[in-house]
Design a protein. Structure first.
Length: 139
């Protein structure tokens, strides 16, 4: 009688697992990365989306042929994005990026070419850091 009970439990669990896989497949989740993306926190998703929107055009301009005025609003948007997330590491990376873009803006306004190049490199690296965190989190 114990074998029958164990077989029923196994069959029940197997049915549950197959059902979950079928439901996930129905919603287009067929890889672990898709599942991570589906369960990412809404705050993290909002922060990543806001940061991506803010940097979409500003960060791609050549380092010394740009309008410095657009980097202060970019830095502010990155600070706001940092405040949206519950992921402390993502928030830290966004804040560092905001600081980097602020330094870049100040160097451009002051006409300090050397500092502008250094700050531009820091800004690009910091952008890659928070972007990789968003991607790793599935957002």
């Amino acid at each position: 009688m114990a074998e029958s009970s164990d077989a029923q439990k196994l069959a029940t669990w197997l049915g549950v697992v197959v059902s979950i896989i079928a439901v996930l497949g129905f919603f287009g989740i067929d890889r672990f990365d898709d599942l991570k993306r589906a369960v990412a926190s809404p705050e993290q998703a909002k922060a990543c989306e806001k940061a991506r929107a803010a940097t979409s055009d500003a960060a791609e301009a050549p380092p010394l042929r740009v309008n410095p005025a657009k980097y202060s609003p970019l830095a502010q948007a990155l600070r706001e994005a940092a405040g949206l997330t519950d992921d402390k590491e993502l928030g830290r990376r966004l804040q560092v990026s905001a600081d980097a873009f602020s330094a870049y803006s100040r160097a451009l306004v002051e006409g300090d070419t050397k500092r502008a190049w250094e700050a531009h490199a820091w800004a690009k690296q910091s952008q890659e850091n928070w972007t990789s965190r968003c991607v790793a989190s599935g957002v």
